[in-house]
Design a protein around this ligand. Structure first.
Ligand SMILES: Cc1cc2nc3c(=O)[nH]c(=O)nc-3n(C[C@H](O)[C@H](O)[C@H](O)COP(=O)(O)OP(=O)(O)OC[C@H]3O[C@@H](n4cnc5c(N)ncnc54)[C@H](O)[C@@H]3O)c2cc1C
Length: 382
């Protein structure tokens, strides 16, 4: 009998999971993949979009190009989720599966921060990154702030990367001398798990004249007063704000009763939830790993192997290690890499490779390869 697998969310985790299952099981599995959007966008492409390094068209990968045997993609918005019955209701109908995998990522709650407006002064959505590209084009110099409104947030290096790319952007337009750049992070160091990465970033901030405000969040964006207010009451001058909104689990997941402390608890070794046949992967989980595509992807591989083992009677997969490589943009076309392992040992471990152009090429090549694998398209821009 054909096994029915229902995958919620066609992001990093959902795409990797469905690709692996369809590759390995072909017609023996019927995979239904649901997503409300019509295209996938790599997270880092939002930085490219914001700084005018790629067009919207170049960074959007339409789901209509997904065409593997056994895979049914449906563009539908999930409106309710019943984990006990592995049943999902959408704006178009009802779906059920023997296996249900929740890969719905994290949503944003811009309204939690007065003055922060979704799609306008944040760069975590493509719409917001595009709006900021237009704001940057009009910018003639002044005080800029790259600021995080709450932890946890996706891709811990992304705000540091944004500050360094902003430096490059303003320098290229001869606006840097008449501008300040301040980075506000809710951590004491840019990448707490990796002192070496943090030290390299702090050194680069000093060289570029970027001010780092550690251990604070942005509590309010006060555009009329041209200022942002921090959570300790301090005020910073701000003519242009590049914001990271508060993250929350998608409402449909919260309403299903699956969350504890805001996120979905899972067995760290297997990604299983407390409901039989129901897994959760990626940013939606409460796992002690960063919200990053590479961790969603490795979690997807662990779950895919467990499903394959169930279908074919093969060996159970090894425990999920929470390991992955995070690329970090340092500006000037150079990228560093932090290799981290969060769950194998008693404490997370990390190592750092300093920024080079070769690592920038490695990062791009990884995205091109994933696009080719998930969408079956030839090598093209990520
Ligand atoms: C600026 C920025 C830079 C980043 N840089 C990197 C990087 O360099 N490296 C890296 O590894 N990660 C990076 N990330 C993080 C990365 O994008 C995410 O961590 C990753 O996409 C998480 O994968 P996921 O599968 O858990 O969720 P997602 O990829 O977010 O996918 C979730 C999917 O669920 C869908 N969905 C949600 N709710 C519903 C609903 N009700 N109905 C239907 N569909 C729904 C969404 O449309 C989405 O497609 C970056 C993120 C940002 C914002």
């Amino acid at each position: 009998m054909t096994m029915r697998v229902l995958v919620l969310g066609a992001g990093f985790g959902g795409l990797e999971l469905t690709t692996t299952l369809c590759e390995r099981l072909g017609e023996e599995v019927e995979v239904t993949l649901l997503d409300r959007n019509d295209a996938f966008v790599f997270g880092f492409s939002k930085l490219d979009a914001m700084f005018g390094l790629a067009s919207d068209e170049e960074v959007r990968h339409p789901y209509r190009d997904l065409g593997r045997p056994g895979l049914r993609f449906r563009r539908e918005t999930i409106t309710s989720l019943d984990p006990a019955r592995r049943r999902v209701t959408t704006d178009r109908g009802v779906h059920e599966g023997e296996i249900l995998v929740i890969a719905l990522g994290a949503d944003y709650e811009a309204a939690a921060t007065p003055g922060l407006v979704a799609g306008k002064n944040e760069f975590y959505t493509l719409e917001g990154a595009t709006a900021l590209r237009e704001a940057l084009a009009k910018f003639r110099g002044g005080d800029t702030v790259v600021g995080v409104c709450a932890a946890p947030f996706k891709c811990p290096p992304a705000p540091s990367e944004a500050a360094l790319l902003l430096h490059d952007h303003l320098t290229a337009r001869r606006l840097r001398e008449g501008s300040t750049i301040t980075l506000v992070l809710p951590f004491e160091t840019p990448i707490p798990v990796s002192p070496a990465t943090s030290e390299a970033l702090l050194t680069t901030f000093r060289e570029r004249g970027i001010r780092f405000v550690a251990g604070r969040s942005v509590a309010r964006v006060d555009a009329p007063r041209r200022a942002v207010e921090l959570d300790d009451g301090r005020s910073l001058p701000c003519d242009l704000f590049l914001g990271v909104p508060k993250h929350v689990a998608p409402r449909v997941v919260v309403e299903s009763g699956l969350t504890e402390d805001g996120w979905v608890p899972v067995d760290p070794g297997t990604l299983a939830t407390r409901f039989p046949g129901v897994y959760a992967i990626g940013d939606v989980t409460g796992l002690e790993v960063p919200m990053a595509g590479l961790f969603a992807e490795s979690a997807a591989r662990t779950v895919a192997q467990a499903i394959l083992a169930g279908a074919t009677g093969g060996a159970r997969p090894p425990k999920y290690s929470g390991a992955g490589a995070c690329y970090v943009e340092f500006g000037g076309g150079r990228v560093g890499r932090t290799d981290v392992d969060f769950l194998s040992g008693p404490e997370p471990t990390a190592s750092f490779v300093g920024p080079t152009r070769a690592l920038a090429a490695e990062k791009r090549a990884g995205a091109v390869a994933r696009r080719a694998r998930w969408f079956g398209t030839g090598a093209a821009s990520p």
